[in-house]
Design a protein around this ligand. Structure first.
Ligand SMILES: [Zn+2]
Length: 233
C-alpha cells in the first residue's frame, strides 16, 4: 500500500472519530431536554394527584356538613312533632322527617363513596411521589453523565485533532485538501478498497486506467465515479 494511502486511512479514522465525538456533543442538549421533560411530567402528575386528594377531602367535608345540617333539622322537626296537638300538623311533620331522613341516607352513601375514593387517591398520590423521587434521583445521575460526556468528548477531540494535524502535515498540502473535499461528501468512505474492479466507496465499477494504476501503486488514485481514494486489496 502507498504510504500516502496508509496515512490517509489513519487521517480518515481520526476525522471519523472527531465527527462521532462532535455529533455526541450535539445530541447532549436534546438528551438534557428529554430529562427535563420527564421531570416536568412527573411534577405535573404529582400536582394533579395532590389536587384530586384535596378536592375529595373537601367533598367529604361538604357532604358531612350537609348531613349534619339535615340531622339537626330532623331533631327540630321531631321536637315540633311531639309538641303539636294537631293531628294533621303531626302527620305533616312526620312526612318532613321522612323526607329529611331520605336525604341523610343518600348523603351517607355519598360520603362512603368519597371515603373509598380517598383510599384510591391516596395510593395514586404515593405512587406519584415515588415516581417523582425516582425521576429526580436518576436525573441527577444522567445530568452528571451528560456533563462528563461533554467535557470528555471536548478533550478527546482536541487530542485527536492534534494527532490528525501531525499526520496531515506528513502529506502533500494538495493531496490533503483534495481528501478534505472528498471527506465532506464521503465521510468514512473517502479512502476505500478497490475490490473486483469496484470502488469500495460507491460500489460501482471503475475505469480500466484507474484499476491498473491503483494496482500498480505508482500514484494515488481516485475513483472516477465518486472521487474517493482507492487502494488495492
Ligand atoms: Zn467510487
Amino acid at each position: 500500500m502507498l504510504p500516502e494511502i496508509e496515512t490517509l486511512l489513519v487521517v480518515q479514522d481520526r476525522d471519523h472519530t472527531i465527527q462521532t465525538l462532535r455529533s455526541e456533543i450535539e445530541k447532549i442538549p436534546r438528551d438534557a431536554a428529554a430529562i427535563k421533560k420527564r421531570l416536568d411530567l412527573a411534577t405535573q402528575e404529582l400536582e394533579t394527584a395532590k389536587q384530586a386528594v384535596v378536592e375529595n377531602e373537601l367533598a367529604i367535608k361538604k357532604v358531612d356538613l350537609d348531613r349534619k345540617v339535615r340531622k339537626d333539622t330532623i331533631e327540630k322537626l321531631n321536637i315540633q312533632r311531639f309538641e303539636t296537638k294537631k293531628n294533621d300538623e303531626y302527620a305533616a311533620l312526620g312526612a318532613e322527617v321522612t323526607r329529611y331522613q331520605d336525604m341523610v341516607d343518600i348523603l351517607e352513601t355519598e360520603e362512603l363513596e368519597y371515603m373509598e375514593k380517598s383510599d384510591t387517591l391516596g395510593a395514586s398520590l404515593s405512587a406519584a411521589q415515588e415516581k417523582l423521587a425516582n425521576v429526580k434521583s436518576s436525573m441527577a445521575t444522567e445530568v452528571k453523565a451528560l456533563t462528563e460526556k461533554k467535557t470528555h468528548n471536548a478533550a478527546r477531540i482536541e487530542e485527536v485533532k492534534a494527532d490528525r494535524t501531525n499526520l496531515a502535515n506528513e502529506l502533500d498540502p494538495g493531496l490533503i485538501s483534495m481528501y478534505e473535499r472528498v471527506f465532506i461528501k464521503k465521510g468514512n468512505q473517502s479512502v476505500a478498497p478497490l475490490n473486483e474492479n469496484k470502488c469500495g466507496g460507491c460500489h460501482m465499477k471503475v475505469i480500466a486506467d484507474v484499476v491498473s494504476n491503483t494496482i500498480a501503486e505508482k500514484a494515488v488514485c481516485q475513483c472516477n465515479n465518486c472521487g474517493c481514494f482507492l487502494y488495492s486489496v
